[in-house]
Design a protein around this ligand. Structure first.
Ligand SMILES: [Zn+2]
Length: 601
């Protein structure tokens, strides 16, 4: 069948409008239906991309063909036995990795945001022509995408092609003034295209990316169809995020998180960036080629529920940082700091007592992706808790099989069963596979960790690998955990709330269940103005907190709307909700060798 011909043109950068033309050689005889995706794979929220279509029309032989809107995402063209062309104008002003953006400085788009599907002909090959904007826009712009080129020169406008619609929307495209670095990983061509004035040390960046990619490749081996890979990086003043694809990923990070020429250390921010890169790259196996059965194929018209996101995001979040330490990109102490922070993040959220990671996965669409002020009390992250479950599982397998079976072995078997075949993983598939590969009875473990809401057996499992699990009180709002702190300098009481600054005002962002602030009657959104009759701001509050002891009483003055309210609060002892991990001091050779086997030292 003749390929569908898509054409995209940054028509009006000032108005943020793309023009998209889609020509179908053999439209459905009873009227061709076109559908825009309601969501983008990897980001589990209904986004209704059709809402950004500002005009739509159809034509055949230069004549207008009737076009009817069927629902929020679909159109039907009047029956036509000629080649049919759909013409859309699409507004693009979303800078996120899951959106489309166009302005005077660059163009970026995901296919989900701009390309409708030809319903019933989704498996037909798709050709894409990417056209340059008209002067004065586009000077010095280059095109970066992992899409296969036809006549387009490298990093240029022109003709590209994909096997089908699913592939068309799996190659984000960045167009602008780009810094491009190229390297090989495992003999496969890789590149990074960066938008932004970064002054990055490109040689070092490419070297570090190569290290991380080769480490990740060493686990499951490069997929047969991985003949290229591209990191698209948008580096503005600040920001963070990533979205995975089969041959590329779209990333955002603050420009100053990247190493400058002459930098030799791995800053905390650069470590976070490398973790992001590692995460999205691991997804090229775990969720882009090996998927839940519920995603095989994706139904982009509506929510698609699976309880397995903890496997796809949690296991990926476990391996992202683990790859950094195993490859030597970061030292063991640095890795332990990262894990300590993840533990802190999980145990501080009381929602972990209410929601399991299986439930969090299933309800991602309406809960994890639509968090409100009560989120810390109501939900748990399948990323962070999922990563800790994966770590517990790995350590448990190592413990109970004397090191002969590890999570790596499970992932290899999972890959050969569901990755290389393209068959979807059944909902119970991962747990059954762990039991099968290890020969252990893991049912109670999964019931407790995946479907349960109790504490994870982190302390004992880490202990058996030569790592001490320690808890302490928080030092304040900026304390993310991961590091030891002297107890004597830590506040003995807490408010039981997260404070933030909004328009220069100190505001309660979240109020924790059963904490002093909630018991006093504080609501999220309240503006804190005074503590015991003294004006206070966020910084002052942390310092002032140190002057109180458990059981002391205070008067909080807050504005709720324009009403000044006085609340009586009784201070409570601050919980030990901050974790840090340390190498066991007197670890014997046995413990050290188990630890080294795990961390690849
Ligand atoms: Zn992810």
């Amino acid at each position: 069948m003749a390929a569908h011909r898509y054409h995209i043109w940054p028509k009006d950068p000032g108005a943020h409008l793309y023009e998209v033309r889609l020509t179908v050689a053999q439209p459905a005889p009873d009227g061709q239906v076109f559908a825009m995706p309601a969501w983008i794979p990897g980001s589990y929220m209904i986004r209704d991309y059709a809402k950004h279509v500002v005009s739509a029309r159809a034509e055949a032989d230069g004549r207008e063909v009737g076009l009817t809107k069927l629902d929020k995402s679909c159109w039907r063209a009047a029956p036509s036995d000629r080649e049919l062309t759909l013409v859309l104008e699409v507004y693009a002003h979303d800078e996120s990795v899951r959106g489309a953006h166009l302005d005077a400085t660059h163009a970026f788009f995901n296919g989900t945001c701009v390309f409708p599907a030809v319903v019933g002909q989704e498996s037909t090959p798709c050709d894409l022509e990417i056209a340059a904007p008209e002067a004065p826009f586009g000077k010095g712009w280059r095109v970066a995408t992992s899409m296969r080129r036809v006549t387009a020169a490298e990093y240029d406008f022109g003709a590209y092609t994909t096997e089908d619609y699913a592939e068309l929307i799996d190659h984000p495209v960045e167009i602008g003034e780009l810094s491009i670095g190229e390297f090989e990983a495992g003999g496969i061509a890789h590149a990074i295209a960066i938008r932004g004035k970064t002054r990055v040390d490109m040689a070092r960046l490419c070297h570090d990316l190569q290290t991380v990619c080769e480490q990740q490749q060493s686990l499951l081996g490069p997929p047969r169809d991985l003949d290229r890979y591209l990191f698209l990086l948008n580096a503005p003043g600040s920001g963070y995020g990533g979205l995975e694809h089969r041959w590329s990923s779209a990333l955002i990070c603050g420009r100053d998180n990247l190493p400058a020429r002459g930098d030799e250390n791995v800053s905390e921010e650069y470590r976070t960036f490398l973790g992001l890169v590692s995460h999205e790259y691991f997804h090229l196996w775990n969720v882009k080629r090996m998927k839940p059965a519920a995603f095989t194929p994706y139904d982009l018209s509506r929510e698609t529920h699976t309880g397995l996101l903890w496997v796809y995001e949690g296991v990926t979040s476990y391996y992202d940082d683990l790859a950094l330490v195993r490859s030597g990109a970061v030292p063991v102490e640095s890795y332990l700091e990262v894990v300590g922070r993840t533990v802190t993040n999980v145990i501080r959220g009381q929602g972990r007592r209410r929601q399991s990671v299986a439930a969090s996965s299933f309800d991602a669409w309406t809960k994890f992706y639509k968090q409100d002020a009560n989120a810390p009390n109501a939900i748990v992250s399948y990323y962070t808790k999922g990563a800790l479950i994966a770590m517990c599982l790995d350590l448990k397998l190592r413990d109970e099989t004397g090191g002969s079976t590890t999570l790596d072995d499970v992932m290899k078997e999972a890959w050969s069963r569901w990755g290389e075949t393209g068959e979807g993983m059944p909902e119970e598939g991962f747990e059954k596979l762990c039991i099968e590969v290890s020969g252990l009875d893991l049912q109670d473990f999964f019931d407790a960790t995946v479907r349960g809401t109790g504490a994870l057996p982190l302390e004992s499992l880490l202990k058996s690998h030569g790592i001490d699990y320690k808890l302490r009180r928080s030092a304040g709002g900026k304390d993310k955990g991961g590091k030891r702190a002297d107890d004597a300098n830590l506040p003995s009481v807490w408010l039981g709330a997260n404070l933030g600054t909004r328009n220069g005002r100190t505001v309660f962002l979240a109020v924790h269940n059963e904490g002093p602030a909630e018991r006093a009657g504080v609501s999220p959104g309240d503006e804190l103005v005074a503590l015991d009759g003294l004006r206070i701001n966020i910084k002052g509050c942390e310092a002032r907190t140190r002057r109180y002891r458990p059981g002391d009483k205070s008067e909080l003055s807050v504005f709720r709307g324009d009403e000044l309210i006085s609340l009586r609060m009784k201070w409570q002892e601050a919980p030990a909700d901050t974790c840090y991990l340390e190498l066991t001091e007197d670890a014997d050779d046995e413990l050290v060798s188990r630890r080294d086997a795990w961390l690849g030292q």
